[in-house]
Write a protein that binds this ligand. Structure first.
Ligand SMILES: Cc1ncc(COP(=O)(O)O)c(C=O)c1O
Length: 415
């Protein structure tokens, strides 16, 4: 007999935590969720996450575990690996990383020794903390050289990447970003890596869902190692993963376990398998297409605000607020007051400090999962714009936001 999540049991045993769960559902249903790195998983993914698989210790890999009784959970991990390799056309997949940051740590561990040189995108230009920030292990343990975007186009400066690679001879080049709205030319990165004899890693934490959907070109044919998260546009559980060539498979597996992690989260791995399965369906290709279409529409509808690089090719946009004289922090607060959740974000060459910033980052994975289309996104753009520019209209905007989300509630119907 199946034993699954029983909310009644939680309410009886721990009403305080039960109330947190209820309030969080109310929060997401009560406003617009425009955080580019979030999504709403399917009920099937949630069911796998809330399962008894959380109880199982399974250090090692299917068929090679350090604990007994793993023959059942082995099936979940084999399915997750098979689906990931099929979905992305990769030689090998490791589905055990607990998060995107753990996946990156493991990828570095597979390819580098402490003190080695790596070349990656600077955090203030859209790179991630794990790409060499001084406050992160990556910046402390490696000799990091950073590239950025051009001032005029706000696109990756491939000439700078090539120049730095030739001069500094990194052992690893990292491409991929956390706040870059445009397509990344993995072919150019591959060429530069080959020229200087470096490994190429693509951290596609943000865009893996769009690659799964076939909406944007995949990094897999170009990179030696691809790291990703499963909880952003891919719409799976919170977690990470690594795809790599057959040549690096054993190194990557050893780097994840036993180097970086202990026992894998088997409930999360089962949920990742469910999400990969969902992403293989034709509906997901349609979802990816609509996410990008919605992001473009949102960009165009943000009156008085300038999208960095002039627009987007992906699920997210970066908005320069300087012409309005409103900081990112203040705009984030004004949107929150109007029922719109998003995050402030540094823009390239930002004159403001990271805690303030001159920009906002907006994304469409959540609203698209909720069923909103271009018509709604046009209105969402107007609402964000009004909330930021005319804070005195916060109550009116909030009312309209409520009406809009009331028609597109997450978790009320089958997604
Ligand atoms: C490019 C990139 N890499 C890695 C990560 C880290 O993922 P996680 O938060 O799961 O550790 C993120 C998360 O935002 C990201 O955008």
């Amino acid at each position: 007999m199946y034993y699954g999540p029983d909310f009644g049991a939680l309410q009886r045993e721990d009403p305080e935590i039960a109330q947190v769960l209820l309030d969080e559902v109310d929060r997401v249903r009560g406003g617009l969720q425009l955080i580019a790195s979030e999504n709403f998983t399917s009920p099937a993914v949630l069911a796998a996450l809330g399962s008894t698989l959380t109880n199982k210790y399974a250090e090692g890999y299917p068929g090679r575990r350090y604990y007994g009784g793993c023959e059942v959970v082995d099936r979940a991990e084999r399915l997750a690996v098979r689906r990931a390799t099929t979905l992305f056309g990769a030689d090998h997949a490791n589905v055990q990383p607990h998060s995107g940051a753990s996946a990156n740590l493991a990828a570095y561990a597979a390819l580098l020794q402490p003190g080695d040189t790596m070349l990656a995108m600077a955090l203030p230009h859209g790179g991630h903390l794990t790409h060499g920030s001084k406050v992160n292990f990556s910046g402390r343990w490696f000799d990091v050289v950073s590239y950025g975007v051009r001032r005029d186009t706000e696109l990756i400066d491939y000439d700078e990447v090539r120049d730095l690679a030739r001069r500094r001879r990194p052992k690893l080049i990292v491409c991929g970003a956390t706040a870059y709205p445009r397509l990344i030319d993995f072919g150019i990165f591959r060429g530069i890596a080959d020229e200087v004899g470096a490994w190429l890693m693509a951290d596609v934490a943000h865009t893996i869902g769009l690659m799964a959907a076939g909406t944007i070109p995949s990094a897999v044919p170009y990179a030696d190692v691809v790291t990703f998260t499963t909880h952003k546009a891919l719409r799976g559980p919170r977690g990470g993963g690594i795809l790599c060539t057959a040549e690096l498979a054993a190194k990557v597996d050893r780097a994840v376990f036993p180097f970086v992690q202990g026992g894998p989260l088997m409930h999360a791995i089962a949920a990742k398998a469910v999400a990969f399965g969902e992403a293989m369906r034709p509906e997901f290709a349609d979802y990816g297409r609509r996410v990008v279409e919605n992001a473009r529409t949102l960009c165009e509808a943000l009156e008085g605000m300038r999208p960095v690089s002039g627009g987007t090719d992906t699920h997210l946009a970066l908005i320069d607020l300087r012409a309005l004289g409103v900081t990112g922090a203040e705009a984030e607060r004004r949107c929150a007051a109007a029922g719109i959740t998003l995050n402030r974000n540094a823009i390239p060459y930002d004159p403001e400090p990271p805690a303030i910033t001159s920009g906002l980052r907006v994304g469409t994975p959540c609203v698209t999962t909720q069923g909103m289309g271009v018509e709604e996104l046009r209105e969402v753009g107007t609402l964000v714009s009004r909330a930021v520019r005319y804070p005195e209209t916060a109550d009116e905007v909030r009312e309209r936001v409520s009406e809009l989300v009331a028609k597109h509630q997450p978790y009320l119907s089958e997604l």
